[in-house]
Structure formats: structure tokens, C-alpha cells
Design a protein around this ligand. Structure first.
Ligand code: NAP
Length: 251
């Protein structure tokens, strides 16, 4: 619990509130916060019963955007998201003045290909990264893989189509929907697809020690994916010991 102190909080306005499904939504916000780097997260808060209730959210927006954006899952018995989900355009919302975290391109070592693996809302941070030049300038191929339960959770398809238009040869986008069979989508969990080579067959790109992986989303998916990448000879990326696998857990 945080005491009521607005010193770190910037009062913003909701510009747009989009419901992707009954439990998945995103908010665009106008707020004059300190500069951030794509890949970082902030904290979003509301004052509820005289208490500031906040949760961390990665920016989906990039520094070049003239709005801030986050995507969130509504947790029915949660303290913040039931109230967050009631907000409409023009309503007030608190955004932490500062951004945090090291899931940023400058922490990623050199490599040939950049694999971005996400489940659920974890794809949002990659939208932010892909709006910047660094991934495109630094890597020969960029592969975005999004695993969701149901088709409606495949967010930001319009933005992803723009990336594909701009980088038709360099960019691969793979959708995997695990709880229904959908044309044009895989129907597999990410760690299994790493193990059995489906991503390599689909993209014709080999996973090797020159690959870089950024992984974001469900913590169990991250754990199992790391194991399967380690079986292929890849290592966790640490500042003290650079490797191929950089992660961001979402809960
Ligand atoms: P999710 O359960 O993480 O599912 C998203 C995708 O990840 C699905 O394709 C799912 O496959 C797969 N997956 C789940 N566990 C896996 C594992 N161990 N290994 C590999 N793949 C795995 O769904 P979500 O909608 O993002 O979030 C689900 C719940 O997490 C919500 O009900 C919410 O309460 C909680 N939560 C989410 C967030 C968030 O930011 N996303 C934050 C806090 C809490 P299957 O269909 O085969 O399971």
C-alpha cells in the first residue's frame, strides 16, 4: 500500500479506451511524463477510497508517439483493473512520472536474427520496440511470435501490418491460437514450437547461437521456453555474461 502522495504521479487524461475482449483492453493517455525508452514500463494508478492503487504496465506506445498507451487484462477481483475498466475518454488517470526496466534494445547483444516471443498482453512491449529503428537496423530478420488463447486476443494487427508493409522481407509475424483452430494461425504453445522446430520451418530461419530472443508474458511459458532454448545451446543474457535470451515476466 502506498501513502497518498502525488509527488511521483502525473495526472493524465484518457484519450481512448479500447476493449479487445471482455477481459482485455488498452488505454491511450495524454500525460506529460519524463522521457522513456521503448521496452520500459511505467506504473498506472487511480485514487480509490483515498488510496493510490497502482500496477506496472509496459508502454505499448513509443517515444515518437504523441500519446502513452498500455494494454491490460481485467482481473475481476483485482484492486485496480475493475475501476480502470470504467474509465472513459476525458477521465483522469495517474501515470508515474518515470519509466523503469531494462527490457530495451541497448541491453540486447549483437546477433543475426531477433526473435520476439510473447503471450497475451506481452506483445504490447514489442509493438513499442518495433516502432523504433533499432531492431530493424541491427538485425537481418525480425520475428514476432504471439501466443494467445483465442483469436480475439491477437491485438494490434493493424500496426503489425504496417511493420510488414515497411519491412516485407525482414519481418515475420507468427500467430498461435491455442484454444481454437484458426486458419492462418498455428495451434501450439510457444515452448513446444521451439522444441519441435515449427517456428524454424515456418520462417526458414534457424535458431542458433547467433539468434537473440526477447521473451515476455506468462512466467511458465518463459520458464519452459528458456529450458528448450538452453537445449539448443542458447544462454540467458546477463550484463556480466552476455547471452541470447532476455526476459520480462508479467506476473
Ligand atoms: P495466458 O494463460 O498467459 O495464455 C496466453 C497464451 O499462453 C495461451 O496461448 C496459453 O496457452 C499460453 N500458455 C499458458 N501457460 C503456458 C505455459 N506454461 N507454457 C506455454 N504457454 C503457455 O493468458 P492471458 O490472457 O495473458 O492471462 C491469463 C491470466 O493471467 C488472466 O486470467 C489474468 O488473471 C492473469 N494475469 C495476466 C496478466 C497479463 O498482463 N497478461 C497480468 C496479471 C495476471 P493455453 O491456451 O494452452 O493455456
Amino acid at each position: 500500500m502506498q501513502p497518498i502522495s502525488k509527488s511521483n504521479w502525473i495526472e493524465g487524461k484518457v484519450l481512448e479506451h479500447k476493449n479487445w475482449t471482455d477481459s482485455l483492453a488498452s488505454i491511450k493517455i495524454a500525460a506529460r511524463v519524463n522521457p522513456y525508452i521503448s521496452g520500459q514500463f511505467t506504473r498506472i494508478a487511480l485514487e480509490i477510497n483515498n488510496e493510490i492503487i497502482s500496477r506496472p504496465y509496459s508502454y505499448v506506445s513509443a517515444p515518437s508517439d504523441n500519446f502513452l498507451e498500455i494494454v491490460y487484462v481485467k482481473i475481476p477481483d483485482g484492486k485496480l483493473t475493475p475501476k480502470l475498466s470504467e474509465l472513459k475518454s476525458g477521465d483522469n488517470i495517474l501515470v508515474n512520472n518515470n519509466a523503469f526496466g531494462y527490457f530495451v534494445m541497448s541491453e540486447i547483444p549483437k546477433g543475426d536474427n531477433l526473435w520476439l516471443l510473447a503471450t497475451g498482453t506481452g506483445s504490447g512491449v514489442f509493438i513499442s520496440l518495433l516502432k523504433t529503428d533499432a531492431p530493424w537496423n541491427r538485425f537481418k530478420k525480425v520475428i514476432l511470435i504471439h501466443g494467445v488463447r483465442n483469436k480475439e486476443e491477437l491485438t494490434y494487427l493493424d500496426q503489425i501490418a504496417k511493420f510488414k508493409n515497411k519491412y516485407p522481407q525482414k519481418f515475420h509475424y507468427i500467430k498461435s491460437v491455442t484454444r481454437e483452430k484458426i486458419d492462418g494461425c498455428l495451434n501450439t504453445r510457444i515452448p513446444n514450437a521451439i522444441e519441435n522446430g515449427i517456428f524454424e520451418t515456418t520462417t526458414k530461419i534457424k535458431i542458433s547461437k547467433t539468434s537473440q530472443f526477447m521473451i515476455c508474458g506468462n512466467p511458465d511459458m518463459i520458464k519452459e521456453t528458456i529450458n528448450n532454448l538452453k537445449n539448443k545451446g542458447l544462454e540467458i543474457n546477463r550484463r556480466s555474461n552476455p547471452g541470447n535470451i532476455t526476459i520480462e515476466k508479467y506476473w
